[in-house]
Design a protein around this ligand. Structure first.
Ligand SMILES: [Ca+2]
Ligand SMILES: [Ca+2]
Ligand SMILES: [Ca+2]
Ligand SMILES: [Ca+2]
Length: 215
C-alpha cells in the first residue's frame, strides 16, 4: 500500500528535478565568474595589466555586488590612440538558444568603455582564420562588436542583446548572426573584450565579472 501511494510522488519529484535541471542548463551559459581565482581561460594582448582581484565586502546591500562573489578580473592600463589592450577566450559553444550577453562592470578609475567582440564560425571548421596584416580581421567568419561604457564605482550589470551587435567585417562570413553548431560549425568561437579610454591618451582601471550568455 505504502509503495503504491509513494510511487506517483517519486515520479513527480523526479520530473520536477529533471525540469529544474533542464531549465537551469538552458537559462544561461557562464563564460567566467572568476571564482576559481584563476585567469587561465583567457589570453591577453596589448600593454594592459590583467589579473584576478578580490572584490572585498560590498558597500551596503547590493544584489549585483553580492552576486560577484569573492573574485573578479581587474583590467588596468594607459591608452595610446584610445586603445589600452584586451582579453579573449575560446568558447566553441552553440549560442542559438541565447539572446544576449551579460556582464558586471566596475569602474575603478578613469573614463572609458569595453568593446565586446563575438566571433561566429561561418565556414564550419571550428577555427577563426585571421589576417595578421590587417589587424587580425577574420577572413571567413563574422566578427560582431558592441561597446559598453565603464561607469563609476560599484558593479553595474550590463546586458547587451545580440541584435545590438554590428558586423565589423562584412564580406568575410555570411553576415548573419548564426552561432549554431550545425554542419560542423564551431558556433560561437570566441569572445574578446577590448578596453578603450574616452580620450586618445588616458588611464583606466576597471573590473569585470559574471560574463555569461542568457535569454
Ligand atoms: Ca566573481
Ligand atoms: Ca555561423
Ligand atoms: Ca572558421
Ligand atoms: Ca555568421
Amino acid at each position: 500500500m505504502i509503495k503504491i501511494s509513494f510511487r506517483p510522488f517519486v515520479c513527480v519529484f523526479f520530473l520536477m528535478v529533471l525540469g529544474v535541471a533542464a531549465s537551469a542548463e538552458l537559462s544561461f551559459f557562464m563564460i567566467d565568474n572568476f571564482e576559481s581565482g584563476r585567469f587561465d581561460k583567457w589570453y591577453k594582448f596589448g600593454e594592459m595589466t590583467a589579473g584576478i582581484v578580490e572584490n572585498g565586502t560590498p558597500e551596503g546591500r547590493d544584489t549585483i555586488n553580492e552576486s560577484c562573489g569573492d573574485y573578479s578580473l581587474g583590467l588596468k592600463g594607459s591608452s595610446l590612440n584610445y586603445y589600452v589592450g584586451g582579453i579573449g577566450s575560446d568558447l566553441n559553444v552553440d549560442a542559438t538558444l541565447f539572446s544576449r550577453i551579460q556582464m558586471d562592470i566596475y569602474g575603478a578609475g578613469g573614463e572609458g568603455k569595453i568593446k565586446v567582440e563575438l566571433f561566429d564560425d561561418d565556414n564550419n571548421n571550428y577555427a577563426l582564420e585571421q589576417d595578421s596584416d590587417k589587424d587580425w580581421i577574420p577572413t571567413n567568419d563574422d566578427k560582431w562588436v558592441a561597446e559598453v561604457p565603464v561607469l563609476g564605482r560599484g558593479f553595474t550589470r550590463v546586458s547587451i542583446p545580440f541584435t545590438a551587435f554590428r558586423l565589423e567585417n562584412p564580406g568575410a562570413g555570411d553576415g548573419e548572426w548564426n552561432p549554431n553548431q550545425r554542419e560542423s560549425s564551431g558556433g560561437l568561437l570566441k569572445i574578446q573584450m577590448i578596453v578603450l579610454t574616452n580620450q586618445p591618451k588616458g588611464e583606466i582601471e576597471t573590473r569585470v565579472d559574471n560574463i555569461l550568455l542568457t535569454y
